[in-house]
Design a protein around this ligand. Structure first.
Ligand SMILES: Nc1ncnc2c1ncn2[C@@H]1O[C@H](COP(=O)(O)OP(=O)(O)O)[C@@H](O)[C@H]1O
Ligand SMILES: [Mg+2]
Length: 233
């Protein structure tokens, strides 16, 4: 069965594309076939892929498609999705018209946040959209909030401490235990050098790889229903 994962947060640029690149790289490394769909008119994902191609650094097992319209997405999903183990859909920060159609296909929506009020609110919005679309279509798409670009000083802020009680207790969605730290390699991979998993194993890369493995394990747990929250029902 094809698993569809979308990255959505209408307020912010906290790392949707980066998170999907890393998750895609991890699945590909595990021998899965991965399609990535770029729904963002800024084309970050598509540009990354073109740059990777130019540098002969395409990741085996990953294909990237640019389909910016919802119609294009529908057609692509109907015709091609079942050929892949994973379809990862990247979405724009602002264009809300594509959010519902993307959720309608997704098994899991990940909302990356940096610890800023605006991005937390954006993630809550995304969760509410998932709940609404689930209700309207009788689907069971899950939702999780992913903390990204975390630094040690950030962890000492009041907002950081409030994230878990807000996300899990008040809103009632899932907060990934895995946090994505601020790391240079996550910036570097945007420059067409392939995926994180293709980089030479330095100490820094090893840490990023571990973080990503933990994230993918959590994603899989959430999808198989082992995690209690994130059901968005
Ligand atoms: N964990 C991280 N550590 C360092 N830089 C990051 C991290 N996540 C994202 N970035 C940087 O922030 C920028 C925005 O991230 P991106 O994934 O493109 O966000 P979005 O897709 O949500 O707009 C990227 O250029 C990337 O270099
Ligand atoms: Mg992006």
């Amino acid at each position: 069965m094809t698993v569809v994962i979308a990255a959505i947060n209408g307020k912010g640029g906290a790392g949707k594309t980066t998170a999907l690149m890393n998750i895609a790289g991890e699945y590909a490394l595990r021998g899965k076939s991965v399609a990535m769909i770029d729904m963002d008119a800024r084309n970050n994902l598509t540009t990354w892929w073109t740059d990777c191609h130019a540098k002969d650094a395409e990741a085996e097992g990953i294909e990237v498609y640019s389909h910016k319209t919802t119609k294009g997405l529908e057609r692509w999903m109907e015709e091609n999705a079942r050929a892949y183990d994973h379809v990862l859909i990247d979405t724009p920060g602002e264009d809300t018209s594509i959010v519902d159609p993307v959720i309608a296909w997704a098994d899991l929506v990940i909302s990356p946040i940096q610890p800023s009020k605006r991005e937390v609110l954006g993630a809550i919005d995304s969760f509410e959209n998932v709940v609404r679309v689930n209700g309207a279509l009788g689907r069971h798409c899950r939702h999780g909030v992913l903390r990204t670009r975390i630094t040690v000083p950030v962890r000492h802020t009041e907002l950081y401490r409030k994230i878990r009680p807000i996300v899990e207790d008040k809103v009632g969605t899932y907060l990934f235990r895995t946090e994505v730290f601020e790391r240079n390699v996550y910036k570097d991979i945007h420059n067409g050098i392939g995926t994180l998993q293709m980089q030479e194993l330095t100490e820094a890369i090893t840490k990023a790889r571990r973080e990503t493995q933990a994230l993918v394990e959590e994603v899989d747990e959430l999808l198989t229903g082992k995690a209690l929250k994130g059901r968005a029902e």
